[in-house]
Design a protein around this ligand. Structure first.
Ligand SMILES: Nc1ncnc2c1ncn2[C@@H]1O[C@H](COP(=O)(O)OP(=O)(O)O)[C@@H](O)[C@H]1O
Ligand SMILES: [Mg+2]
Length: 253
C-alpha cells in the first residue's frame, strides 16, 4: 500500500527581498485509499505545498523530507515523481500553445506508464473518460487550456487524473471557479478515482463546499505554512461555522 510521508517540510521561495520561508514544518502522512482535506486561508502556503511535492523549480526545500513508499521524493525529477505516482491538479492550470489535449494526454500517459498506450484501447479510454466528465469530444482537438473556461480547465485536470491513475493525487482548489453543475461533475470524477481504493488524495481547498461531494477521512487546518489542527470531517463543519480567524490570530489552544 502506497504511503506519502511528509516530515518537517520547510520551503522557501525567492521573493523581491530575498528568500522567504513559506512552509514552516509540515508533517503529514497520506495512505493509499485515504482522502485528506487541507483547508486554510489564502496565502497560507497550500499551493506552495502542492508545488513542492510536484517538484516545481521555483520552490526551494530548506529542510525536512518527503517519501513515497520509502523512496525520497525530493531527490526525484518532476518526471520521476510523475512516474512514481505523484499527480498534481494545479490551481491555475497553464496553457500549452500548439499542443492538443489529445496529444498531451497520450504523451503524459506514455511518460507515466513507461510505454505508449495501445492506440485503439487508448482512444476508447479517453472517449469514455471524457463522456463521464460530460466533455464534448471536440475538446480533444483544442490546445491545452488555451481559452478554456474555469470549468473546462478543471475537468481537463480530472480527465488526466482518471487516465493517469496516480498513487497520490494532489488536487489544488479543484473547486475554485466552478458552478454547481461543474462542481458535481468534477467531484464525481474524483470520487470514481477514489473508489478504486488505489489513490491517496490530498484535497486542498479554502471553501468547505466541495466537501459536500467529496467526503474526507481527515481534515487539516493549514495556517502560516503548517498544519495547526487535524481532525475528522467534523472539523470542516467547525471551520464552516467559525472561519479561520482563530488560527490566523494565533489564539488556538
Ligand atoms: N512563486 C512565488 N513567488 C513569490 N511569492 C510566492 C510564490 N509562491 C507563493 N508565494 C507566496 O507564498 C505565500 C503562500 O502562497 P500560496 O502557497 O499560493 O498560498 P495559498 O495557496 O494557501 O493561497 C504567499 O504569501 C505568496 O505570495
Ligand atoms: Mg493556492
Amino acid at each position: 500500500m502506497a504511503t506519502l510521508e511528509i516530515h518537517d517540510l520547510h520551503v522557501s521561495v525567492d521573493g523581491e527581498g530575498g528568500p522567504k520561508e513559506i512552509l514552516r514544518g509540515v508533517d503529514l502522512t497520506v495512505k493509499q485509499g485515504e482522502t485528506h482535506a487541507i483547508m486554510g486561508p489564502n496565502g497560507s502556503g497550500k499551493s506552495t505545498l502542492a508545488y513542492s511535492l510536484a517538484g516545481h523549480p521555483k520552490y526551494t526545500i530548506t529542510g525536512g523530507s518527503v517519501a513515497l513508499d520509502g523512496e525520497d521524493v525530493l531527490a526525484m525529477s518532476v518526471d520521476e515523481r510523475a512516474r512514481a505516482g505523484v499527480f498534481l491538479a494545479m490551481q491555475y492550470p497553464v496553457e500549452i500553445p500548439g499542443v492538443s489535449v489529445s496529444n498531451f494526454l497520450r504523451t503524459s500517459a506514455t511518460a507515466v506508464r513507461g510505454e505508449a498506450p495501445k492506440l485503439r484501447t487508448w482512444v476508447k479510454e479517453v472517449k469514455e473518460a471524457m463522456a463521464r466528465l460530460e466533455m464534448n469530444p471536440a475538446f480533444a482537438e483544442r490546445n491545452v487550456n488555451e481559452g478554456f473556461s474555469g470549468g473546462e480547465k478543471k475537468r481537463h485536470e480530472i480527465l488526466q487524473l482518471e487516465l493517469l491513475k496516480p498513487k497520490i493525487a494532489i488536487l489544488d482548489e479543484t473547486d475554485s471557479g466552478l458552478d454547481i453543475d461543474a462542481l458535481r461533475i468534477v467531484s464525481e470524477g474524483v470520487n470514481r478515482v477514489r473508489e478504486s481504493g488505489e489513490v491517496g488524495t490530498l484535497l486542498i481547498t479554502h471553501y468547505t463546499r466541495i466537501l459536500r461531494y467529496i467526503k474526507p477521512d481527515h481534515v487539516h487546518v493549514f495556517a502560516a505554512g503548517r498544519i495547526v489542527e487535524s481532525g475528522g470531517p467534523e472539523l470542516a463543519d467547525k471551520l464552516e461555522a467559525e472561519g479561520y480567524e482563530q488560527y490566523t490570530k494565533g489564539t488556538v489552544g
